[in-house]
Design a binder for this molecule. Structure first.
Ligand code: SAH
Ligand code: SF4
Ligand code: F3S
Length: 468
């Protein structure tokens, strides 16, 4: 019996890819384990979006030298975005790695892992050196090849998944599109995830039906810029709003969300679909990245701060009780105090439910790395990050306080804390994506919708009591 272990970092794309990898490996006869050192195959599903994420992976790989000495027949693999970005460099920096496989090659993972395991065993039996042949499977680099060849080299792969591969039986992510064509100047994603490719609607809806038959009630449609989803077939174009209408008709599916949105392209049809379809969650994640027009221009985001605000106004005017979340980058190349102040003003204007704030991290071979020096000192990035977080936290708390005394409906997601003497805290999310915790010992509630009365609030959490 050979065991595998997968460690995942990065965004929802990677979480989903790890689920697919898990299912593929289980189908191929390997057994999952949560004990890394007991595994025969260790895979790191990696992220390259910021330097820090990569540094952590390289040091984790370094620590596995010892494991490799104890288990020379074991397979150590790097999959995901860093595999596509660093390719051979990974073998150079961590010579005990056996496999580097990019996100466009996931379909080949199970057979490649088996080839490596078999090869090593054969070498072992024949008493030869245990140095195995390494494998590098990556997609073509953008701009170095024809567009259609690059598209073909990023193979779409979304097979039926094992329900065990997910943390929750009743929640699942469904990929609607792959890649990104926006090329924001700071971002590595278009080069590591390849060109935008939308999946055929029939395939997506069939996948959701399959998941519902496995017990899923809550589906999240994912894509790097999910609202860019477009599929043309027989002269007809299906867009994200159409997909939401179709998915809403699936019996047994109770809640639908979608991430991540690009501000341009949040058209009225999409907003109306969110408003009109009762199964669609009333929450929109739309990264602004900055509130300064000059920074947005250097980032090549293709909108101004005023246009983003107009979008926020339009969203609030269209969808009652909607909540919005945002991604923001501080300390982008050349960001002045004045430019940063514009981001503060944007946050104060938009009053997001919460924001994910990142310090700019220069990525090799991106436009910003080529055009602008990364000249904001780390200490300034840190101060701006903390200041913005503080402002956002205050807003989040104020917004959450408005829920005190109100009744909300949540989908119970799981246990949040063991309180002792059989008392357990469960948690779930509202239709506007707020986390609510409440006391209950009844774990049969997990996966069910439940009404709660809110009695207290923190910036990230509401506290509720069951009615009756
Ligand atoms: N496709 C999504 C998010 C991609 S990555 C979108 O466009 O909305 C998630 C977040 O990481 C981005 O929204 C951005 O805020 C942040 N990010 C991307 N590249 C970065 C970089 N080089 N440095 C710091 N943060 C970055
Ligand atoms: Fe990166 Fe911009 Fe694409 Fe988002 S839209 S993945 S930030 S290039
Ligand atoms: Fe990271 Fe790749 Fe996602 S770089 S953010 S895991 S698409």
């Amino acid at each position: 019996m050979q065991r595998f272990y997968i460690e995942t970092v990065g965004c929802q794309m990677n979480v989903l890819d790890s689920e697919l990898a898990y299912s593929g490996l289980v189908q191929s006869g390997l057994v999952p384990t949560t004990d890394r050192y007991n595994a025969d195959v260790i895979l790191f599903n990696t992220c390259s979006v910021r330097q820090h994420a990569e540094d952590k992976i390289y040091s984790a790989l370094g620590r596995l030298k010892y494991w490799k000495m104890l288990k020379p027949y074991g397979v150590l693999g790097v999959i995901g975005c860093m595999a596509q970005k660093d390719q051979q460099t990974i073998f150079q920096r961590a010579p005990h790695v056996d496999l580097v496989l990019g996100p466009g090659q996931l379909e080949l993972l199970p057979e490649t892992v088996h080839q490596l395991l078999d090869e090593k065993l054969q070498r072992n039996y024949s008493g030869q050196m245990l140095e195995s042949g390494r494998k590098l499977l990556v997609s073509l680099k953008r701009l170095e090849h024809r567009h259609s060849e690059v598209v073909d080299s990023f193979r779409l792969f979304d097979p039926v998944r094992h329900s065990e591969s997910r943390t929750n039986r009743f929640q699942a992510m469904v990929r609607v599109m792959f890649g990104c064509d926006k090329f924001c100047t700071y971002c590595i994603v278009p080069s590591v995830r390849g060109p935008e490719q939308s999946r055929p609607p029939r395939e997506i809806l069939d996948e959701i039906r399959g998941l519902v038959s496995q017990g899923v009630v809550d589906a999240t449609l994912i894509g790097q810029t999910v609202n860019s989803y477009r599929y043309r077939e027989n002269g007809k174009t299906t867009r994200l709003s159409d997909l939401l209408y179709h998915a809403s008709e699936i019996e047994g599916l109770k809640r639908i969300s979608f991430v991540t949105n690009y501000p341009r392209g949040m058209d009225d049809e999409l907003l109306q679909a969110v408003r009109d379809l009762p199964k669609v969650s009333k929450h929109l994640h739309i990264p602004a990245q900055s509130g300064s027009d000059s920074v947005l221009h250097r980032m090549k985001r293709n909108y101004t701060s005023a246009e983003y605000r107009e979008l926020v106004d339009r969203i609030h005017a269209t969808i009652p009780n909607v909540s919005m979340t945002c991604d923001l980058i501080v300390g982008f190349c050349g960001e002045t105090d004045e430019e940063f102040r514009k981001t503060v003003e944007l946050v104060e204007y938009c009053r997001f439910k919460n924001s994910f704030i990142f310090k700019y991290s220069e990525r090799p071979n991106t436009k910003s790395a080529e055009l602008y020096p990364d000249n904001i000192p780390e200490s300034v990035k840190k101060t701006r990050n903390n200041l913005l977080l503080e402002i956002q936290d205050k807003i989040s708390l104020e917004r959450n306080h408005l829920f005190i005394g109100k009744t909300v409906e949540i989908l119970v997601e799981g246990m949040s804390k063991q309180l002792g003497d059989k008392r357990v805290q469960l948690s779930g999310r509202t239709w506007c994506d707020r986390i609510v915790v409440f006391e209950s010992a009844d774990d049969r509630l997990v996966g069910q919708f439940l009404k709660l009365k809110i009695y207290d609030a923190a910036p990230f959490t509401l506290f509720g009591k069951t009615l009756n």
